[in-house]
Design a binder for this molecule. Structure first.
Ligand SMILES: Cc1ncc(COP(=O)(O)O)c(C=O)c1O
Length: 458
């Protein structure tokens, strides 16, 4: 049993790589994922937690019994807390208030002190989590401020450990390495190692809408920041750890597509990974679609789903943020696409057709209302109800023109409107003519909504 005489930091790393089996199957490229949530603390940040503190101790920056201080989105805190538990350091962590409650509770469970700061302030604001951590570090005797953003031991961890590990596992038999960029440690360290070993490798960063990073790579300007929900990806400032020269390209994803992919990864592949992992897979699929020839893409999945159970995996939370494709949020054009209802392929009838033709059309196409067209313009709708009573009472003949039997009680909706906005009118009026600009391109009826709801979760 001698081989087991080790502590939990000794089993950090050597995480498995697997190929996605279902997601992205339609692509010619192959997507492989490295499961960093299988580290003891549940994330890739276990690696830097140990390495950075070891280096600080070696340099004499941290003495026995000292206090480790860090601004962290949670995962780095766990990595540091694991190391501290074993080696007897105290921890104070400063977090932004958008981080999940699970992350705060997890750090407290390690015995760390956690200070929560507002997300919506400038990084230079004294209340920001960058400023608060730096101030605390100055005020606390025998403390070490980790500063994963600017401390190069962050990227060195990945240059000396994760990069070689990936190369050994794969023998370099892949073409593209993709990973989310936050502090930049992961992409810069692994990316540099891989570039030294593999002439052809492309290093592609994943950023999130609202972050300044991908745009900075293109323009050299820090601009257009807006807040987003994704944790771990992107920044509102430029960390020193990002080595811009080794990043060949960026793919940017949105909160919604990233979170929905996180759910799919769990439900379709059984992979228990967090939000930034969904974001990274989403980006890999976008990247694969942009390629002219098939490639093997290796993607890092940084952390675990268990940190997001009350958020990404909660229908209530997702719906409250407008992130679920439930009936209320769906935009009409997306609904029509989902139902495969193509532009201008709806059934219509000209006003000079007779009532019997209208009945036949309803029968053949299984619809209960048909737009009536005159000189290329829709002038009304003929419905089962418009025909039934007058035919039954004898006021209308099968040979009469439709022009005497239509009504104008229809709704006009724009394809960019959300279903929620027109739903009640549609219930009353039974049919909506959907327009793009001034042109009617489709129709929407009760059965379409029912079909859409029936297909929602399929
Ligand atoms: C969940 C998660 N994903 C991705 C990243 C990005 O990695 P890096 O900071 O090395 O750029 C982070 C960073 O905090 C993270 O917590």
């Amino acid at each position: 049993m001698k081989q087991f005489d080790q502590n939990v930091t000794d089993v950090i790393g050597n995480t498995p790589i697997i190929k996605l089996q279902k997601i992205g199957k339609e692509l010619e490229s192959e997507i492989y994922v490295k499961l960093e949530f299988m580290n003891p603390g549940g994330s890739i940040k276990d690696r830097i937690g140990s390495y950075i503190v070891e280096q600080a101790v070696k340099r004499g920056d941290l003495k026995p019994g000292g206090t480790i201080i860090e601004g962290t989105s949670g995962n780095t805190g766990v990595g540091l807390a694991i190391y501290s538990a074993i080696h007897g350091y105290k921890c104070i962590f400063v977090m932004a208030d958008k981080q999940s409650k699970e992350k705060v509770d997890t750090l407290k469970a390690f015995g760390a002190k956690v200070i929560v700061c507002p997300t919506e302030v400038d990084p230079k604001d004294p209340r920001s989590y960058y400023s608060v951590s730096a101030r605390l570090a100055e005020a606390t005797p025998n403390s070490f401020y980790v500063n994963q953003y600017d401390n190069f031991d962050n990227r060195d961890t990945h240059y000396y450990q994760t990069g070689p590990e990936i190369y050994e596992q794969t023998k370099g038999e892949f073409d593209v390495f993709m990973t989310g960029v936050g502090t930049g440690g992961t992409i810069s360290g692994i990316g540099r190692y891989l570039k030294e070993k593999m002439d052809h490798v492309q290093i592609v960063g994943v950023d999130v809408e609202g972050s300044v990073l991908a745009n900075y790579k293109k323009t050299g300007r820090i601009e257009n920041y807006h807040s987003y929900l994704m944790e771990g990806l992107g920044e509102d400032m430029i960390p020193k750890n990002i080595d811009w020269d080794i990043i060949d390209d960026f793919v940017t994803i949105g909160d919604k597509e990233g979170f929905l992919m996180t759910r799919r990864i769990l439900q379709e592949e059984g992979i228990y990974a967090g939000g930034s992992s969904g974001g990274a897979v989403c980006a890999a699929i976008k990247y694969a679609k942009s390629l002219k020839e098939p490639k093997k893409i290796l993607v890092v999945l940084p952390d675990s789903a268990n940190r997001y159970i009350s958020k990404i995996f909660s229908d209530d939370w997702m719906a409250s943020k407008g992130l679920l494709d439930y009936h209320h949020n769906i935009v009409i054009k997306d609904l029509l696409t989902k139902l495969n209802k193509k532009d201008k392929e709806f059934v219509s009838i000209t006003e000079s057709c007779c009532v019997e033709e209208a009945i036949n059309l309803m029968n053949d196409n299984d619809v209960s209302q048909i737009p009536v067209v005159s000189k290329g313009e829709i002038i009304g709708v003929v419905t089962e109800k418009d025909l039934l009573n007058p035919l039954f009472e004898g006021g209308l003949a099968l040979t009469d023109f439709v022009s005497v039997a239509y009504n104008q009680d229809f709704l006009i909706a724009d394809e960019d409107q959300r279903l929620e906005e027109v739903y009640q009118s549609l219930v009353d009026k039974k049919i909506a003519l959907v327009k793009r600009g001034d042109e009617i391109i489709n129709v929407l009826t009760h059965i379409d909504i029912l079909n859409f709801i029936a297909r929602l979760d399929k």
